[in-house]
Ligand binder design. Structure first.
Ligand code: UGA
Length: 452
């Protein structure tokens, strides 16, 4: 039986904040979520999640007794033993991280917190050195040295709760023994994996003790950027091998299957395609490159990773153009708009750049997405036709361009599509379709690093 119940306040009800709050409430802590966005808080009070994430609504329900939602700073920090900052750190135009929300959070905290021994934990992805700035800010505002730690988050969208409850590792960035004790108490059920796995979530593979790495705040802050930069580099590497495959013949998926079985390399994040998007990799790779530059170090590998990724989105358009000579007046159907399957998120989605480029090269674009069509409507050029049925979207098209690997595209009746399209060209930007089948039906198929 577990011994500790901690009073936690989490500032920010975005992906990281809300998921962390729900997970901590599920394992028994008294958890409060504070956000300055009244509407979000009101929604959460009636069980409405502000974004789509599998299992989240069930978990909100299941953890209800331990959860409280607050937009009044005067009530947000009452009795809090631990305050976690999980606000957004959006990119600045120069590629750094905008810490405006973080400092607003800190101001609210220092003005309203009454527990002098509160532990302040940064969960947001922040540039190295932010921890000590947070400490200085706190000291200046309150005249006291805070207990402080950095505990970065590694969850993926679409698997956020499972990643939080069954993590591969935890990071406790602090040199303060009191802070460490509190963090260990807070995470004890997760470290020992002694809670009942919720039935509505993907079940954990195996449940052994979760390692918690204890290190300095700076190491913890850097580890978050380093992990994302490394994963992004794996993707760009796979994409470059795919580009070589295109030139010399070869199938990137076979090549990566060989690499992936080497446990020193690992099979994940070697999926070639049109590059990474989303709210994390593009932002965090740029922020780490900028941080290094600022210190006078040029992070060459990371610059190349970013450059490869930027180019990769346009290679699929070049492929398309080569089939027709020109895209002027061609009807192109874009399949998938979100930055990956399983999420409704369009932040830094390759589809947005790709569609803008198609339009600028004179193509007439029809777009389909199973979940993000309405949101996309507000972000895409006005004359892009949005279509809520994939089969319908393909009617009369000269070519299909697959941008997001939604399973329904693989399962589509491509024979029917073949009959309704004007030309039978498919560019599979995610290598997600059955290329043998498509070639057999009569499509001219081109993936990334593989042909039909
Ligand atoms: C990513 C990391 O995977 C998380 O560990 C991290 O916590 C998170 O960023 C964050 O910093 O908050 P996420 O952005 O949800 O998570 O999405 P991923 O599943 O990592 O995918 C990122 C992008 O890479 C997507 O556009 C995806 O399509 C692309 N990708 C991924 C590939 O092109 N190839 C691959 O093999 C894998």
């Amino acid at each position: 039986k577990r011994g500790y119940i901690v009073n936690v306040t989490i500032i920010g009800s975005g992906y990281v904040g809300l998921t962390t709050a729900v997970a901590l409430a599920l394992i028994g802590h008294r958890t409060r979520v504070y956000d300055i966005d009244n509407a979000k808080i009101e929604g959460l009070r009636v069980g409405r999640a502000p974004f789509y994430e599998p299992g989240l609504e069930e978990a909100l329900q299941a953890a209800q007794a331990n959860l409280q939602f607050e937009y009044e700073p005067s009530r947000a920090f009452e009795n809090a033993d631990v305050v976690m900052i999980a606000v957004g750190t959006p990119p600045t135009p120069a590629g750094g991280a905008n810490l405006g929300y973080l400092y607003t959070a800190l101001r609210d905290l220092t003005e309203h917190n009454t527990n002098h021994d509160v532990l302040v934990v940064t969960k947001s992805t922040v540039p190295v050195g932010t921890g000590s700035n947070v400490s200085a800010f706190y000291e200046q505002a309150t005249g006291r040295t805070p207990l402080i730690a950095s505990a970065p988050e590694f969850l993926r969208q679409g698997r956020a709760l499972a990643d939080t409850l069954y993590p591969e590792r935890l990071v406790f960035g602090t040199r303060d023994p009191r802070a460490l004790t509190l963090l260990r108490e807070l995470y004890e059920p997760i470290i020992s994996q002694t809670f009942e796995p919720p039935a509505y979530l993907p079940q954990p593979q195996q449940r052994s003790t979760v390692p918690a790495i204890e290190c300095s705040i700076e190491s913890a802050e850097l580890a978050k950027y380093a992990a994302n930069a490394f994963l992004a580099t794996k993707i760009s590497f796979a994409n470059e091998i795919a580009n070589v495959c295109d030139l010399v013949g070869g199938d990137v998926q076979d090549v990566m299957a060989v690499l992936g079985l080497d446990s020193r390399i690992g099979a994940q994040f070697l999926q070639a395609g049109l590059g990474y998007g989303g709210s994390c990799f593009p932002k965090d790779t740029r922020a780490l490159a900028q941080l290094s530059n600022r210190e006078g170090y040029s992070f060459k590998l990371l610059s190349a990773t970013i450059e490869v990724n930027n180019d990769q989105r346009f290679r699929v358009i070049d492929k398309l153009e080569r089939h027709f000579g020109t895209l002027q007046g061609k009807d192109i159907t874009v399949l998938g708009l979100t930055f990956k399957a399983g999420t409704d998120d369009l932040r830094d989605a390759p589809s947005l750049d790709i569609i803008a480029e198609l339009v600028s090269r004179g193509a007439r674009v029809t777009a389909h997405d199973p979940v993000a069509l309405d949101a996309a409507g507000k972000m895409l050029p006005a004359h892009v036709r949005l279509c809520s049925e994939a089969q319908e979207a393909l009617k009369g098209a000269d070519a299909a361009l697959l941008v997001t690997e939604w399973p329904e595209y693989r399962a589509l009746d491509w024979r029917a599509a073949q009959r309704s399209m004007r030309h039978n060209v498919i560019i599979d930007g995610r290598n997600a379709l059955d290329h043998h089948l498509l070639a057999e039906i009569g499509f001219v198929y081109e993936g990334v690093g593989r042909v039909g």
